[in-house]
Design a protein around this ligand. Structure first.
Ligand code: FES
Length: 101
């Protein structure tokens, strides 16, 4: 599919996440203190929407039961989730955030 533009940088301020849909995937675009990362938006514990959770540094916390994931790697860093979420390559073209799915 290649890289597709999903958002503009001003739409995702530092310390926030924004959900976008690419094909049939809901992806959370995370601005971790200036570093843009893209992860699957669905928590691997019980399908919480990660974009609605708090982004703290490089960790995002699921709003349902508090699992945490490293947005750089997708790794689950806090129970009750143990499986990682998918991550996606991201690049910036000017102010455009582009994701490869
Ligand atoms: S659904 Fe995310 S921690 Fe339970």
């Amino acid at each position: 599919m290649g890289y597709v533009t999903v958002a503009r940088l001003p739409d995702v301020p530092a310390g926030t996440a924004k959900v976008v849909t690419v094909g049939d995937r809901d992806i959370a675009i995370c601005n971790a203190d200036g570093r843009i990362c893209a992860i699957d938006n669905i928590c691997t514990h019980d399908e919480g929407s990660l974009d609605e959770g708090d982004l703290d540094g490089f960790e995002i916390e699921c709003p349902l039961h508090g699992a945490r994931f490293d947005v750089r790697t997708g790794e689950a860093t806090e129970a009750p989730a143990f499986l990682p979420v998918d991550t996606f390559p991201v690049r910036l073209e000017g102010e455009e955030i582009q994701v490869e799915v």
